[in-house]
Design a protein around this ligand. Structure first.
Ligand SMILES: Cc1cc2nc3c(=O)[nH]c(=O)nc-3n(C[C@H](O)[C@H](O)[C@H](O)COP(=O)(O)OP(=O)(O)OC[C@H]3O[C@@H](n4cnc5c(N)ncnc54)[C@H](O)[C@@H]3O)c2cc1C
Ligand code: SF4
Length: 324
């Protein structure tokens, strides 16, 4: 690990001012569960000159219901979200997603903002000492295209269409299914528009912009929401495919639906065709199966990841049925 300046910010204004001074040479640190691993392994060509610790700012970890909105502070730890009674009762998909992320230790350290801002897990990108200076690091080629791409995107790539690394977050699809927005030091962004595919970045955030809060509207009527994750191991493993859905049934028919997959595309993938397939229908084995088929209708798998298409289809079907 190389040396860097470390600032314990006392206020959000101070944190933003330090970031402004350093530009893209500084990083925010929250739980550190993703960032410190990257620094130890020296995976990126540019090493940050400064880390701005925001855990030293008080009052940024909370979960509270405010009229019809659930508010969650950016520094709220995943474990606190997973066990919170109101989250479990009214926002099941988020509690389940937070509870399935990583391991107990990591959930005690990792924050919700850190979870959606975490970096990609492509094994070429993550290889220590910047061994593979690929497109996503500003280099000239993608090593996964001809290499081992069994955990890469089944819905195409980007950064000029060359990077096929998937977004790894478990909570992101749940927040999108629940129609959440994220507040930052500059603006309010629907979660669905929060993600980007840039050199060494996965979000639309500016270098001096910090996530401060999440807002999730109370689900309409008696909408049910669920999250399902397929990983090779039951704990401490990233999703091969995950899915969250929120579905409202009125008079036995689907009145509204939001379905989001992750780990299958370069950004969380809203399965709009699956939603369209069930709206106005009764929810049963056959309509859920049709939704699964629709979800993967635009998949274009790579040479090693065709199996993920079948997994995505089944997980969409099961997640939708779990919401009934
Ligand atoms: C072994 C292992 C297994 C894991 N398994 C999973 C898994 O199964 N599912 C999953 O979803 N994740 C997993 N993770 C990823 C991740 O560590 C956690 O999900 C965690 O939530 C990240 O939060 P953090 O607070 O520790 O982030 P940090 O490491 O502190 O930060 C991560 C990134 O987010 C930025 N950031 C943090 N907070 C803010 C903010 N408020 N505003 C702007 N930028 C911010 C940082 O600058 C950094 O770029 C795993 C990590 C490890 C090491
Ligand atoms: S998939 Fe993306 S991160 Fe992985 S090697 Fe290719 S360009 Fe790099």
């Amino acid at each position: 690990m190389r040396s860097f300046e470390h600032f314990n910010a006392r206020t959000m204004e101070e944190a933003v001012a330090i970031l402004g001074r350093y530009g893209d040479r500084a990083r925010v640190i929250a739980g550190g569960t993703d960032l410190l691993g990257k620094l130890k392994d020296e995976i990126l060509p540019k090493y940050p000159e400064a880390l701005v610790n925001i855990k030293s700012i008080s009052g940024m970890d909370y979960i509270r219901e405010d009229n019809d909105v659930l508010k969650i502070g950016a520094l709220t730890r995943l474990e606190d979200i997973a066990v919170h009674p109101a989250v479990k009762q009214h926002f099941g998909a988020l509690a389940e997603a937070a509870g399935r992320a990583a391991s107990p230790h990591l959930r005690e350290m990792g924050t919700l903002a850190g979870n959606i801002c975490q970096d990609i897990r492509c094994w070429y990108y993550r290889y220590p000492n910047n061994r593979f200076p690929c497109l996503r690091k500003g280099g000239g080629r993608c090593y996964a295209i001809e290499g081992d791409n069994r955990y890469h995107s089944i819905f195409g790539g980007t950064v000029d269409d060359g990077c096929y690394a998937v977004h790894p977050s478990d909570t992101a699809p749940a927040l999108i299914a629940l129609d959440a927005v994220v507040r930052t030091t500059k603006r309010t962004i629907p979660l669905e528009d929060f993600f980007d595919v840039k050199v060494s970045a996965t979000t639309v955030l500016d270098p001096d912009e910090i996530v401060t809060e999440f807002e999730i509207p109370q689900s309409p009527g008696k909408a049910g929401s669920h999250f399902i994750k397929f990983a090779l191991r039951k704990t401490i493993d990233f999703a091969v495919v995950n899915c969250a859905a929120m579905i409202l049934i009125e008079e036995r028919k689907v009145a509204s639906a939001r379905v989001c997959l992750n780990a299958v595309a370069v950004k969380p993938y809203r399965a709009v065709k699956a939603e369209q397939a069930i709206i106005g229908q009764e929810l049963n084995e056959s309509t859920a199966e049709a939704a699964g088929e629709s979800a993967i209708s635009q998949a274009t798998p790579l040479k090693d990841n065709g199996y993920m298409v079948q997994l995505a289809k089944i997980i969409v079907k099961r997640t939708i049925l779990a919401c009934a």
